[in-house]
Design a protein around this ligand. Structure first.
Ligand code: F6R
Length: 602
């Protein structure tokens, strides 16, 4: 859950490393550091705290060089501190390493090295990599890296510099993301494309255990027998602007506002673009059960999808948290289709769930945003959401893109299964294509939602309720609020209120109710009456015509759409509401405390 970057070239490496780290901060932000060649050896500067702390340090003590590596950290082993920050050096300061991942056998390696007199400076698992490299170093850095990698258990993406070879960077990965970018002025390694996008749209995706040797004039790849490997570069289609804030106060707000375009691009890709062939190739007729597994918001997208798939396709659907699925010995086999949903494509639990599903013989289909990510590569089939780079830690546009792709999949499956007539499918397709404009009209209510959110800043606890598919999206609303505003919130199915949670409703509790399911309008209204009569204030989101704003009830109305697609409209209000509650509290919305965007550890 850290970000790594490296540069070798003609330009100011320190400036480029800091610029790249800014784009990777979403991966971790409790400390940051860099190492640069300055002629005689490395200069290392690393600081606990946000990247801005490192920047101030560099501004006070400028560093110059053309070759450097950098790191932004989300602590796993060892508290956030200057000393535990990366890069880590070997005991003779000949080798510097930045690491993203976890070294599972770090304790055994550390003990072995310590028994040979090597002293460690930090408490991190990552330092063993630098110490091991220094220990094995025989004058050939590639040999050394191969030897070290063979002894590491766990996951890693590494950027390595060696004092004896000051014009070269080495990179290697296993189960963690790494891209190599080539530009006219030099070569980059990085955890993710946005870090290099300003300088190049030409990147390579190394396979596990391939070694990349980066020099000013290009990159060469080798296998672990030191044989050259031929690789084709990929051209990134994301625009440079897509990874910039572009005048918005936060990436989160920018990304919320981008959703109409993201939906259009995602639907187009599913209906007539790159995803269409993959979707058409799925043998849904022989699928007896669909299992959807994911984490966090992606899991919530899966819950929405359960309602959609079961209604349209009549195929049984199970939704499971990836962290549970991986250990529960699920009763699945070759007749199951396991759908993995992941923005990053690198969530550790979702990767493990995918491997578990494959081991049981199921077919795996991934819905992923990041091209070339582990899940995209390893799943049997993959369809991509067209959300572009999502920088804010709290997902918004990628979630909406997941929903759109799931709707498109469900329509296609239902037609293939004969559960939906061509006319019915056409009608739903038209509704799908109408969603982006309807989202635009919900976004136009931003001022009303902002004002309402400002009046809600004092609440200590918020309850989200909904029934049927409105319950599914209530889960996402609740997650969004708690993660960025630090307000405690819970989501319940409306019918469950009386079975416990209603005892928590008292004066000045806030309840967010969602109501788009016509045959349940009356039921949710009676839930609302029950909570109002116990002192709660209610925000009702939806097209329920029975709702009338008053003292205790504020109704945010939504445009009409197919009931099954209504989560895509409700979620816009839920996102804006959470955003403005957090903004009114003056919080660091794009980087909420304790969270990181890519959860590459269990
Ligand atoms: C919430 C959020 C997280 C992610 C979860 C899965 O706003 O962003 O809950 O949805 O960590 O991440 P991915 O989709 O990358 O697998």
């Amino acid at each position: 859950m850290c970000g790594i970057i490296g540069y070798v070239g003609d330009e100011d490496a320190v400036g480029l490393i800091v610029e790249g780290l800014k784009k990777l901060e979403y991966r971790g932000y409790d400390s940051a550091g860099l190492a640069v060649f300055t002629g005689g050896g490395f200069e290392v500067v690393k600081r606990k705290g946000r990247l801005s702390v490192l920047e101030s340090e560099i501004a006070a003590h400028p560093l110059r060089g053309r070759v450097a590596i950098g790191h932004t950290r989300w602590a796993t082993h060892g508290e956030p501190s200057d000393i535990n920050s990366h890069p880590h050096l070997g005991s003779r300061s000949r080798i510097a390493v930045v690491h993203n991942g976890i070294i599972e056998n770090h304790k055994a390696l550390r003990e072995r090295l310590q028994s040979r007199g090597i002293e460690f400076a930090s408490q991190t698992d990552s330092e063993v990599i630098a110490q091991l490299a220094e220990y094995y170093y025989n004058g050939d850095i590639m040999d050394t890296v191969i030897k070290v990698a063979a002894r590491l258990e766990g996951s890693y993406a590494l950027g390595i510099m060696c004092r004896d070879d000051p014009d070269t960077l080495i990179a290697i990965k296993k189960d963690n993301p790494l891209i190599i970018g080539v530009s006219p002025h030099g070569s980059f390694l990085a955890s993710d494309v946005p870090a290099v996008l300003k300088h190049t749209d030409t990147v390579y995706y190394p396979e596990d255990m391939e070694i990349a040797v980066l020099r000013r004039d290009g990159v060469r790849f080798y296998n672990s027998d030191k044989e050259p490997v031929r690789k084709e570069p990929k051209t990134i289609t994301w625009s440079v602007d897509s990874a910039e804030k572009g005048g918005w106060p936060h990436f989160m707000l920018k990304e919320i506002m981008e959703q109409p375009k993201v939906l259009r691009d995602t639907i187009r890709s599913a209906v007539s673009g790159e995803n269409k062939d993959v979707i058409d190739g799925i043998d849904i007729a022989n699928v007896k059960k669909i299992v959807i597994t994911a984490c966090g918001s992606a899991y919530n997208a899966g819950i929405v999808a359960k309602y959609v798939f079961e209604k349209l396709c009549r195929t049984p659907v199970e939704v499971d948290l990836a962290s549970e699925f991986r250990y529960r010995d699920a009763n699945i086999g070759p007749s199951a289709l396991v759908i993995l949903i992941s923005q990053s494509g690198e969530t550790a639990d979702t990767i493990a769930a995918m491997r578990e599903a494959k081991a049981k013989g199921a077919t795996t289909l991934a819905i992923v945003n990041v091209v070339g990510s582990a899940i995209a590569k390893e799943s049997d089939m993959c369809v991509y959401t067209a959300a572009g780079p999502e920088i804010a830690v709290a997902t918004t546009k990628a979630f909406s893109a997941q929903l759109a792709l799931l709707y498109a999949l469900a329509i296609r499956f239902a037609v293939k299964l004969g559960a939906l007539s061509p006319a019915g499918a056409e009608e739903l397709q038209a509704e799908l294509w109408a969603l982006p404009d309807k989202i635009t009209s919900v976004l136009a209510q931003v001022d009303t939602i902002q004002r309402y959110a400002a009046s809600c800043v004092g609440y200590k606890s918020v309850f989200y309720i909904g029934r049927n598919i409105d319950y599914a999206i209530a889960l996402e609303g609740s997650l969004k609020l708690k993660e960025i505003s630090y307000v405690h919130s819970e989501a319940y199915a409306g019918g469950e209120l009386k079975h416990g949670p209603i005892s928590l409703i008292e004066d000045e509790t806030l309840v967010v109710a969602i109501s788009n399911c016509e045959r349940l309008y009356g039921k949710i209204m009676s839930n609302i009456e029950q909570v109002i009569s116990r002192g709660a204030k209610v925000m009702l989101i939806g097209r329920n015509p029975d709702a009338e704003s008053g003292d205790k009830l504020t109704h945010i109305a939504l445009p009409d759409t197919a009931e099954l697609f209504s989560p895509s409209l409700s979620v816009i209000v839920l996102q804006l509401f959470s955003y403005y509650v957090a903004a009114n509290k003056g919080l660091d919305i794009d980087k909420p405390r304790n969270l990181a965007k890519s959860v590459t550890v269990e």
